[in-house]
Design a protein. Structure first.
Length: 215
């Protein structure tokens, strides 16, 4: 699938316009996008990064990484996904960067999602749903998730997000109402971010080797 990831990431370069500040996500597909962005770094004004990992890769290409508070709204955000349904709603957070990814997606006029064909699903939930939580609330949140969804939260032991929090991965879900579930889980005290990108889905989905899917 690495070739499909590369093709998807390089196609996303078509959405980069001269002088842009580009929002950049996290993950193996996005790494190809960053490498491609490095080849046109003279055309852009910089990037806003969703993770320390992406920040390091961007800087290795000589791309200036800017603070979202200083840039204001962004014209473009490019990121991958762990799952994508036919309505361009996503599960994200396999790389534990979901909170910063959701913030940048919210700040961006166009969200371009780059995936390989294996990430397409009819119903979200086969990939465990990541939920970022305040550490002291881990068990409280897990009990609430079980009560609300019947899913099985598993602590991603040993993983600490760039925000200093923990991640629960919720197994056993078939998410027929992603917008509703995103809203409901976000209301649990101690939840920082839910890895459903449904209220604000992707605008464009690029699947490696296939034509882009537009909103």
């Amino acid at each position: 699938m690495s070739e499909a990831k590369r093709l998807a990431a390089e196609k996303a370069i078509d959405y980069v316009e001269d002088g842009m500040i580009v929002g950049v996500g996290t993950g193996s597909t996005v790494a190809y996008f960053i490498d491609a962005l490095g080849r046109i770094k003279h055309r852009i004004a910089g990037a806003v990064s969703s993770s320390e990992q992406s920040t390091q890769r961007l800087r290795s290409h000589g791309i200036e990484v800017l603070d979202l508070n200083a840039t204001g709204p962004l014209p473009l955000y490019v990121d991958g996904a762990d799952e994508c349904d036919p309505f361009k709603r996503l599960i994200k957070g396999g790389g534990a960067a979901l909170t910063r990814e959701k913030i940048i997606a919210e700040a961006s006029g166009k969200f371009v999602c780059v995936i390989d064909p294996a990430k397409r699903v009819d119903v979200l939930g086969k990939f465990p749903l990541p939920v970022e939580v305040i550490p002291m609330a881990r068990s409280l949140v897990a009990r609430a998730i079980v009560a609300k969804t019947g899913g099985q939260p598993v602590w991603r032991d040993g993983v600490v997000t760039d925000n200093g929090n923990w991640v629960l991965d919720v197994h056993g879900l078939a998410i027929v109402d992603p917008v509703g579930l995103e809203r409901e889980l976000a209301q649990i005290p101690g939840v920082v971010c839910v890895g459903l990108f449904a209220r604000r889905p992707a605008d464009v989905v690029i699947i490696g080797g296939e034509p882009p899917i537009l909103l």
